[in-house]
Ligand binder design. Structure first.
Ligand code: FAD
Length: 376
């Protein structure tokens, strides 16, 4: 049997694209290397309202906490806070989220095979060969949703990424609705985050461009006398790169982390990864249904318009922001703290970080106050 589409990887973007492909009456098979979806977990699960709207029930039903405040801390302890009247971010139970997506995929008649680690994808004239464990399956089209760092197809260069580590700590939480972003030498080149998952547990993690994340997270806990019980340890790679400008081959498309669809400012990849995977699924479905070759110009245009252009801007912002020295973070956060009551940020901008800067520039009064706060 030849499937219409084989999807490599049963993560959030593989499952989301598969649901869209099934809704367009295509036969879909997912090959997943692990024995179930969602495991091993690595992600914090902080998402915007746009993600909840985009995914619908599987995301809504996975929310374990709501956030309306973000606190930014500089290396010397200056703080700048952003508070919102409504909840702007949501923390998902990441394992439940993937299970909920899987349930929707199976309800639509999708098929998933576990413990199938794809080793190679070969593009042939009129079909694609997907190779795993000495087997080969043939398909008209393949979605590569295998995350960061997995090279399955000739000519593919994965986006740059770096290791991160995260602990789930059992301890009382002061404000359940507040996330912290800490710019500290332990997370040099990125940041350290604290995200509460309940009244008595939170996730704390950091990313670094070297291999010493665990060492530095442990030293941060020690330095700050953080003592709660470590319930779980998660690790994974954070993408810090531009998205691929052409995330496709003949009869194959890359989605999610595999395509670099992640915000370099925070490493958050769920919104753009799922958005990009749904766009690709709709375009591919349209052409496969008519038995026509996929129009890659259309695919590239739509991905560029809705995903790639924003991620390119976000990468540029992140590249400069994370190159700041400790002293520069201190100056910046101290200056922002002085005008924080005057800053009003559109809560719908959660997925468009570069627009904060544009808003700032377009608000000359605020810009002047900001410059004054540097000097005073
Ligand atoms: C520490 C950390 C914290 C994060 N926090 C957030 C956050 O708060 N918010 C946010 O939006 N994003 C966050 N992210 C990013 C987010 O986790 C990813 O962007 C998202 O998981 C990407 O989904 P994906 O489906 O593309 O890839 P993945 O989630 O990596 O899924 C890939 C799937 O493919 C399978 N697979 C891999 N290779 C093969 C193979 N050869 N054969 C078969 N199956 C294979 C894997 O087992 C997995 O199931 C975080 C990432 C990290 C590392």
């Amino acid at each position: 049997m030849m499937y219409d589409v084989i999807v490599v990887g049963g993560g959030p973007t593989g499952l989301s694209s598969s649901i869209s492909l099934l809704s367009n009456d295509l036969d879909v098979l997912i090959l997943e290397e692990h024995k179930e979806v969602g495991i091993p977990r690595h992600c914090t699960g902080v998402v915007s309202e746009s993600l909840i709207k985009l995914v619908g029930y599987p995301a809504e039903a996975s929310i374990i906490n709501r956030i309306n405040k973000a606190k930014f801390k500089s290396p010397s302890g200056y703080t700048f806070e952003l508070s919102f009247e409504k909840y702007t971010n949501f923390i998902l139970d990441r394992i439940l989220f993937e299970r909920n997506l899987l349930r929707e995929f199976e309800k639509k008649g999708g098929n998933i095979l576990y413990n199938k680690k794809v080793k190679k994808i070969e593009i042939l004239n009129d079909k694609v060969a997907v190779k795993f464990d000495g087997n080969t399956l043939y398909t008209k089209f393949v979605f590569i949703a295998s995350g960061t760092h997995v090279k399955l197809i000739d000519g593919y260069k994965p986006p740059n990424s770096f290791p991160s580590i995260q602990y789930e700590i059992e301890d009382s939480v002061e404000n359940k609705n507040e996330v912290e972003l800490i710019f500290t030498k332990e997370a040099k080149g990125f940041f350290l985050w604290k995200a509460p998952t309940s009244d008595n547990s939170y996730l704390i993690g950091l990313g670094r461009k070297d291999i010493y994340s665990k060492y530095y997270l442990d030293s941060f806990l020690k330095k700050n006398n953080i003592k709660g019980k470590i319930k779980a340890v998660y690790s994974g790679r954070i993408i810090f790169d531009k998205p691929l400008s052409r995330p496709y081959f003949k009869n194959a498309v890359l989605v999610g982390d595999a395509a670099g669809h992640s915000k370099a400012t925070t490493g958050g990849g769920l919104f753009y990864g799922i958005l990009g995977s749904k766009i690709a699924a709709e375009i591919v479905s349209k052409y496969l249904a008519k038995e026509l070759p996929v129009n890659y110009v259309e695919l590239e245009y739509m991905e560029r318009k809705h995903v790639i252009s924003y991620l390119n801007n976000t990468y540029t912002l992140a590249k400069y922001f994370y190159a700041l020295s400790d002293k520069q973070y201190d100056i910046l956060i101290k200056a922002l703290s002085k005008i924080q009551s005057k800053i009003s940020i559109n809560p719908d901008y959660q997925d468009y970080h570069h627009t904060y800067i544009i808003d700032f520039i377009l608000n000359p009064k605020l810009a002047v106050q900001f410059i004054k706060s540097f000097i005073s």
